[in-house]
Ligand binder design. Sequence first.
Ligand code: PMP
Length: 436
Amino acid sequence: MRLPTELKPRPVPVPVPAPAAVAPVSATAPVSVSVSVSVSWERYFSRSAHAMVPSEVRSLFSVAARPGIVSLAGGMPDVSALPPDTMAGIVADVVREHGATALQYGSAQGDPGLRERICSVMALEGISARPEDVMVTVGSQQALDLLARVLLDPGDTVVAEGPTYVTALGTFKAAGARVVQVAMDRAGVVPDELAAAFRRLAAEGRPAKFFYTVPTFQNPTGATVPAGRRARILEVCRAAGVLVVEDNPYGLLHYDGEPTRALAADDPERVVYLGSFSKTLAPGLRVGWVHAPAALTAKLVLAAESAMLSHSALAQLTVDRYLRTQPWRERLADFRAGYRARRDAMLRALSASMPAGVSWTVPDGGFFIWLTLPEGMDSRELLPHALAAGVAFVPGTGFYADGRGARHLRLSFSYPPAERIDEGVRRLAAVITAHL
Ligand code: PMP
């Protein structure tokens, strides 16, 4: 039988210590020998582990964090807007008053009191939720991972927006799924294109399992799907028998008017909703949630038990106390004003410095602007020049599963102060101009 090369036994190099390095051993003493063997890990990894590769975006963060570089790459919230003494007081009170719970194991579904308060947060987007349909997660990222475990088999198809959130792509791919991305315009995914993709996939015998969407202030484009189109998207998914996963970490960071009505508000049976306190409070707490129909929630709770037994009770009770004792709606308004000012700084700098032929989106909330370069330019080729000039961005290719997106790049305005944003955009404009 011929074994594939990676399974053939290989000679294992065993380092032989030099005689002088070997300690004398008495004839009766127990001998413990530790042999250092170099293991070829590739042979042991699961298929899923093989599919896990570092994303372009994550690998960039360490470079972008170098001093002197203005990072318009990472989408980090501005946690300096939270009063540190207030947060310290909340954590201290939680431990003092609820130590027996806060320092103990809890349930995998999450703290009941927090789940009730999460329902009132979701009410702001028109969702009437019950605490029993909510499960707390370690950020919405964990909800994506658990959904992949519970809904996807290797070879399944997920449909997503093109472009889409990079780490969701990685999670679905690690689960062995094929991700098919559907074209967007300035108002989000195009419903007719979505319907055509569902038809094509069904005809190929690989029907989509769910449609993953970030319909409000999307990462990476900043696009928001308007009300009429939302109804049409739900109709298209219903007709094709496809579930919807609505990922909405930015929904409450709208710069004008009222929050956008969530897709889950209009079809809670079909739409699985993911929320997070990462952008509206602090990502370091790692508290998010998923709202799903009972049958799915029950499976997600089992998957969460297997992943981590229970959540951090300390983090959950901290969020719960913050929501109970702090003017969180007013603070959200302050966060919105801060991000809006940063967005305006970026838009002003783009208008002032970008050469003709470059265009960009104007988001009504969230953290991101999506830039389109003149025909023939490739954002991956620009990146080293931009880093040398002291500015970082994320090339558009990171947000596609198939290498598309080279003419685009994502800029984030959530973290640097306005004057740094201005400087960063000017540096980028100079690099683009030099490569025209
Ligand atoms: N979904 C989207 C669209 C995001 O942009 C992010 C964070 N960048 C997440 C999910 C994950 O966030 P967290 O786990 O912190 O809630």
